[in-house]
Design a protein around this ligand. Structure first.
Ligand code: NDP
Ligand code: GDR
Length: 321
């Protein structure tokens, strides 16, 4: 039975990946940071099947212990401070967790399970102010936030451990991916939940920031399959994962409000407090190489994704009421 250690198992991607690997008959270990409420909301349904290990990306000894105990065949480093605006408020902590944290996990693997395959959750945010309309492995990196800068450090650490120690380390450069399990502050979920709450009479308006920002949004369920596939290749490498399409925040709002039969224009207001000190205007993946190398393509469209998120939010809101 293959085994996998997932850091960030309580997050959006960690929860879907754990579920998927359990279905593939993996023994799954999940690293979670200690907290007093033991909040497992995204993994509650299958928590008994996951071996939970306490640890923190700030603490080398806890990562060493986790790798020693799990002896994993595959390590997925998904833990991070992942909310871009918050990284401007906590730049040093973001560097420590999102940047150096990856190096700590790599060190633990190098010391205690050097033949494990390692996956780093890299991101389109490392492209930042990209000059071209689409981004590929040839695009120069120009991150625009402490989050992007930290992820770029982690990206190069991952490449460096491959080159220096001949370890199987892989970067998945994933563009935005969403789901009903997305955190409530990220823009898609904020919009789908806002539209659902307005439709149910629980909220009157929805305040957003930059409506012109364009992102390449896919479904997290499609993307965690790509993560797994990357570690099944004979050789390690770096891959671009996205849909190849992009949409504005405005279009996202149009679809979400349409799903509840409302006109977004009547409810959405722009509040500058949601503008960022430095914005990433537009991102769109060039997945031509990935299609050839991985035989992977996304299956769920942007519109299906947003409509599904609205429906799940409606259900949750009605249940809570
Ligand atoms: P989430 O924010 O949903 O999950 C982040 C996870 O990291 C949570 O489990 C969180 O734990 C954990 N974590 C945070 N700080 C620490 C720490 N100090 N020690 C241990 N664990 C910690 O992110 P996603 O699931 O959306 O993303 C997964 C990864 O992929 C992240 O690294 C993200 O930056 C990256 N990424 C995400 C993309 C996306 O569009 N979703 C695109 C590209 C990359 P807790 O539950 O306790 O908060
Ligand atoms: P992003 O996602 O920064 O791309 O990072 P987010 O959903 O936060 O923002 C996307 C775009 O929407 C604009 N925007 C708003 N954003 C938020 N959060 N709230 C608003 O009210 C709002 N209004 C407009 C933003 O300015 C931005 O342009 C996500 C994270 O998951 C990262 O961890 C990951 O690496 C990248 O995606 C790829």
């Amino acid at each position: 039975m293959p085994s996998a250690l997932i850091t960030g198992v309580t997050g959006q991607d960690g929860s879907y990946l754990a579920e998927y690997l359990l279905q593939q008959d993996y023994q799954v270990y999940g690293l979670q940071r200690w907290n007093s409420t033991n909040n497992h909301i995204r993994i509650d349904d299958f928590i008994d099947d996951v071996n939970i290990l306490n640890g923190d990306l700030a603490d080398q000894s806890s990562l060493d212990r986790a790798v020693k105990e799990a002896e994993p065949d595959e390590v997925y480093n998904l833990a991070a401070l992942s909310f871009v605006p918050e990284s401007f408020n906590q730049p040093v902590n973001t560097g420590n967790i999102t940047g150096l944290g990856a190096t700590r996990v790599l060190e633990a693997v190098r010391k205690y399970k050097m033949d494990a395959k390692f996956y780093q959750a890299s991101t389109s945010e490392i492209f930042g102010n990209a000059p071209d309309d689409t981004q590929s492995l040839d695009t120069p990196f120009q991150p625009r936030s402490p989050y992007g800068v930290s992820k770029l450090y982690a990206y190069w650490s991952t490449v460096n451990y491959r080159e220096a120690y001949d370890m199987y380390t892989t970067n998945g450069i994933l563009f935005n991916h969403e789901s009903p399990r997305r955190g409530k502050n990220f823009v898609t979920r904020k919009i789908t939940r806002g539209a659902a709450r307005i439709a149910e009479g629980q909220q009157n308006t929805l305040e957003l920031g930059n409506l012109d920002a364009k992102r390449d949004w896919g479904h997290a369920k499609d993307y965690i399959k790509a993560m797994h596939l990357m570690l099944q290749q004979d050789e390690p490498g770096d891959y671009i994962i996205g849909t190849g399409e992009h949409h504005t925040v405005r279009e996202c709002a149009q679809i979400a409000f349409d799903e509840v039969g409302l006109d977004w224009n009547e409810y959405v207001e722009v509040n500058e407090k949601f503008f960022r000190p430095a914005e990433v205007d537009a991102l769109r993946a060039d997945i031509s190489e990935t299609k050839k190398k991985l035989d992977w393509e996304p299956e769920i469209s942007f519109e299906e994704l947003i409509r599904e998120m609205v429906q799940v939010d409606l259900e949750e809101i009605r249940k809570d009421a």
